[in-house]
Design a protein around this ligand. Sequence first.
Ligand SMILES: *Cc1c(COP(=O)(O)O)cnc(C)c1O
Length: 374
Amino acid sequence: MENIKQTLEDANHDYYIYDLTRLRDRISWIRSVTKHDIYYAAKANSNLKILETLLPYVSGFEVASSGEIEKVRSISSEVPIIYGGPVKTKHHLAYAIEEHVKSIQVESLFELDYLKDLLQDTDQTIEVMIRINLSNIVSNAKLKMAGVPTQFGMPYDDIDEAIQLCKETERITLTGFHFHSMSNNLDEDAHVTFIESAVEFTHQYKQHLPEDYSINVGGGIGIDYDEQKLFDFDYFATRIQHLPQLTFELGRFITGPIGYYAANVFDIKSMHNKTFVLLNGGTNHFRFPKAWNHNQPFEIIASEDTVGRIKTIRDDTVVFAGKLCTPNDVFGQPYNISHIKTGDWVVFKYAGSYGYDISHLQFLSHELPEIRYI
Ligand SMILES: *Cc1c(COP(=O)(O)O)cnc(C)c1O
């Protein structure tokens, strides 16, 4: 916390702090324990310094918008890009082709129609993977798409037509399937089972695929916001080492732990028997704990300032609130606190993914949080 403390120089601002050294160590470790391809899912945190730091270590980037393509291309004209997302218009697809993405995850026949159209008068080719909603497989030979219905993936009834469309379109090569299907999974064995299902599914379509077909198992490896159990990636890596080459698109697992969101305690109020700690920040800047309605792990950095008005509380359960004019502006559930005073900093941990990037930064037009790198 000492190097974080040094960055918190001005209580008039709130801060994101990204530890780029830790990020480098983390991605090196992930790379070093597995033979499989590790892409970084840009939506977790698309900050350019983060992308640049990851660039030498990752196989490429997974993106889901023209804006993310633009960001990745701004740091490298060559790094492989996998482009996905449930609604890709003809316009989006044209841009992706123009920026020569490596592969497009298709999950709609409309996308294949557009690609066919767009490539017709060019000399370009594109690789596609079909996104599959693999929530359940019943029996070993017959495949059934079942389980939680979501908007993601190619409807099972369209898969044959999609394969056919790829076959008859010379400029489109179907290279495999894409299975991203969960978020924040902490169970290594369950993840292995999911991957085995993906491998098995792909195997059954082998005759439609090139010899070096791809199996993209997406992201979804979790970090434990209760700090009870780590996803044991070393163990997980040994369990998948024998499998054919896989592609991962990890977001949260890579950047989550290397980021912090810090805001200064402005006031402490007791209102109708409830204690509110008001931070000079808000869910407009760090929406995540509210979105998940959970307790975000945090540390308090005590202020050494002793002049002027100071309010202190001890051993209390408090609501951390921000500066937005809505009672919804609270950082998740109430927290147990042993000691806090005005002027202290509350530093939320695990804010490196889905922190800045999922926050509604424009709401109330406050100044943006400052970003610091350590
Ligand atoms: C969000 C997303 C990821 C990354 O998910 P994490 O849970 O952050 O690892 C990977 N692939 C796709 C297609 C996604 O939508």
